[in-house]
Design a binder for this molecule. Structure first.
Ligand SMILES: *Cc1c(COP(=O)(O)O)cnc(C)c1O
Length: 355
């Protein structure tokens, strides 16, 4: 049976990325060696790093003055690397979910961190609006897509202070105006590559301003100066990330991705709104295109387990909701084809007819 992979992360990857990674595991760039066993200092691997940086710049239209680098540790490590590198007196956080909360808590270890606005009052079911970003912040941190709660900031907001964004789960899902951000980062395992890699895009003029001493590996300038090769990076994952970038270009780039992502999300939300058995969990205007959360509607609550089993029998994988939301979450990352969303919608319709 065909499986439809709605996993929240690690998650579905383009078949192209998987096939090309397998090829490189057999024979990397004609070296006669596996990419699993070559030096990160070989000229062939250095070409991978350079290519990956160049692809990021091209796909996201990154302006002059920005550096792109890759490290391990996941987005969670960036939660403390960011204040380490940038927080001198005060930082502000938009608290829109679990990841944003964790980022905020880490910042408090380095200085004053304030919650500029939060949606915790309604279990993070909306994106706060109408808040003012204080002008005296070293930076303002946002999470553009709230992977667990299914809300998303789909505009590049204006900020009077350097804007820092966790884009772990929506990078490359739409065109962004990078010039509005001072720093963009994320883990690779949602929309780019297997787990183990973190990307950082940073405007270089914001660095070197804090007075604290930075450990070498924490200092962003180390990784920029050494082209992500100061220490041994996750080589294989970087290769996979490069393959996803190539695939994105073949698909027409992020503008084309946005069209497909919008079509997929619209289709699923339309079914949730139409189907008597299900109801969405977040404010309609803040619905995420990447992670679609829904629960059983009133009167059908006791059927949750039954729908989970039914969907699984139809090949749906990874739609169980996060424990803090319950119900279901379908993650519709770039690599998920429209036909998988159609299959889920049909499954929901069949279930409704049976009840
Ligand atoms: C998954 C996720 C994280 C955590 O990423 P790790 O790489 O596991 O540390 C952080 N932020 C967002 C938005 C995420 O989706």
């Amino acid at each position: 049976m065909k499986k439809h992979n709605f996993n929240p992360g690690p998650s579905i990857l383009p078949q192209y990325t998987i096939d090309k990674t397998i090829e490189a595991i057999r024979d990397f760039a004609g070296t006669g060696l596996s990419i699993l066993e070559v030096s990160h200092r070989s000229k062939e691997f250095e070409a991978v790093v350079n290519d990956l940086v160049a692809n990021f710049k091209e796909l996201l239209n990154i302006p002059e003055g920005y550096a792109v680098f890759f490290v391990g540790g996941g987005a969670s490590t960036q939660f403390f690397h960011i204040p380490y590198n940038l927080l001198e007196t005060k930082a502000g956080y938009l608290v829109t979910g679990e990841w944003a909360t964790r980022a905020y808590k880490e910042a408090k270890n380095f200085g004053e961190a304030v919650v500029v606005a939060s949606s915790e009052d309604k279990n993070f079911t909306y994106i706060p609006k109408g808040y003012t970003i204080p002008a005296d912040l070293d930076y303002f941190h946002i999470t553009t897509n709230n992977t667990i709660f299914g809300t998303e900031i789909l505009v590049d907001i204006d900020s009077p202070v350097p804007l820092v964004a966790d884009m772990s789960s929506d990078i490359f899902s739409r065109p962004i105006d990078v010039s509005k951000y001072a720093l963009i980062y994320g883990g690779a395992q949602k929309n780019l590559a297997p787990a183990g890699l973190t990307f950082v895009i940073v405007r270089e003029d914001i660095l070197g301003k804090v007075t604290r001493k930075l450990p070498t590996m924490v200092d962003y300038r180390t990784h920029i100066k050494n082209n992500s090769l100061f220490n041994t990076p996750p080589c294989v994952i970087m290769y996979s990330a490069l393959m996803t970038c190539q695939w994105l270009k073949q698909m027409g780039g992020v503008a084309e991705m946005e069209k497909v992502n919008k079509a997929k999300a619209d289709m699923l939300y339309a079914e949730i709104d139409r189907n008597k058995c299900f109801v969405g969990t977040v404010a309609k205007e803040d619905r995420s295109r990447m992670n679609v959360c829904f629960v059983m509607a009133d009167g059908y609550k006791e059927l949750e387990e039954e729908f989970a089993k039914f969907a699984s029998s139809k090949g749906m994988v990874g739609i169980k909701g996060h424990r803090s939301v319950g119900g279901f979450r379908a993650s519709l990352y770039n690599a998920l084809p429209l036909e998988s969303v159609k299959a889920l919608v049909e499954c929901m319709q069949e279930f409704e007819q049976a009840h």
